[in-house]
Design a protein around this ligand. Structure first.
Ligand code: CAA
Length: 283
């Protein structure tokens, strides 16, 4: 099935980024969220990113308008009936995702692939609530989506080769580099990244060094573009904790235990950049 029109569910940081990249690559995008104001907020971020590209003379104003014109808002999951592909980027909560996938399975035409941008929930479990587990797959973009080249393409236990091949090709058409991964807790990205971040938090918890020092070591010594604690703030400390819990539970191995300081900061509402305070302060 040719993919010309896709639905992106969730107009937040990830969904908005996916919608932008898809529209930039020429796809028609139905951007779905619970409320019109969430979609307007997402569209405003996309417009701002595109304006920056206009200022930098990478695209013309007309192109910016054309890209925005390819994104139409939707607050009804039944609109999935009119698309060739769906990618879901809603909250990282299995109950919410299951509800969305049940509704999508009813609305979307037979054979339409339903992808999830989940950063750590099992693809196999999401697929199992649908009548088309062979057409369910993980399509995990990295943040910020317009900048990061990677897409992890995650095969659930039932994902067919045809589904994988279609999503692999779609990711390339969106200008990304897909990497094939089998369904396992944290996939590759978060299984490797989050324990490093958690260990950086242990360094602060145990008084080994300040957050500034930890980040400097990893930036200047390992050439990371952001230190692990700045990156944790950027991802969201609640998300970091949720991913560590998935790894801890999924592998039943104490090496993935979340640092108590991470738990304490999340309990305090210090969630990183989005709440104005995490390991660092944000205006
Ligand atoms: N949206 C769109 N574009 C953005 C952006 C955003 N949120 N943030 C930065 N950019 C663009 C800038 O416009 C700039 O573009 P140009 O080069 O075209 O001018 C470019 O990115 C570089 O930005 P800056 O010069 O402002 O800053 P920088 O050089 O420090 O780069 C960064 C910013 C790309 C975010 C870089 O710091 C970086 O790569 N950080 C690490 C990001 C990372 O690890 N992401 C993965 C997070 S984990 C994840 O996503 C998985 C998960 O499930 C949790």
């Amino acid at each position: 099935m040719a993919i010309n029109r896709i639905m992106v569910i969730g107009a937040g940081q990830m969904g908005g980024g996916i919608a932008q990249v898809a529209a930039q690559s020429g796809l028609e995008v139905v951007l779905n969220d619970l409320k019109p104001e969430f979609i307007h907020r997402g569209l405003a971020v996309i417009a701002k990113n595109l304006s920056r590209s206009v200022e930098k003379e990478r695209i013309a104003v007309a192109e910016k308008e054309a890209i925005l014109g390819r994104i139409v808002p939707s607050t009804d999951l039944a609109d999935a009936a009119a698309v060739d592909f769906v990618v879901e980027a809603a909250s990282e909560n299995m109950e919410i995702k299951s509800g969305i996938f049940r509704a999508l399975d009813k609305a979307a035409r037979p054979g339409v692939i339903l992808a999830t941008n989940t950063s750590s929930l099992p693809i196999t479990e999401v697929a199992a609530v649908t009548s088309r587990p062979g057409s369910v797959i993980g399509m995990h973009f990295m943040n910020p989506v317009p900048v990061m080249p990677l897409v992890e393409v995650i095969r659930g236990i039932a994902t067919t080769d045809a589904t994988f091949a279609t999503v692999d090709a779609l990711a390339r058409a969106m200008g990304k580099t897909p990497v094939e991964v089998n369904d396992a807790p944290g996939f590759i990205s978060n299984r490797v990244l989050l324990p490093m971040i958690n260990e950086a938090i242990f360094c602060v918890y145990e008084g080994v060094a300040t957050p500034e020092a930890v980040d400097q070591v990893m930036k200047l010594g390992m050439n990371h573009p952001m230190g692990p604690l700045t990156l944790a703030d950027f991802i969201g400390l609640d998300t970091c904790l949720a991913i560590m819990e998935v790894l801890h539970e999924g592998f039943a191995d104490s090496k993935y235990r979340p640092c108590p300081l991470l738990r304490k900061m999340v309990k305090a509402g210090w969630l990183g950049k989005k709440s104005g305070k995490g390991f660092f302060e944000y205006a």
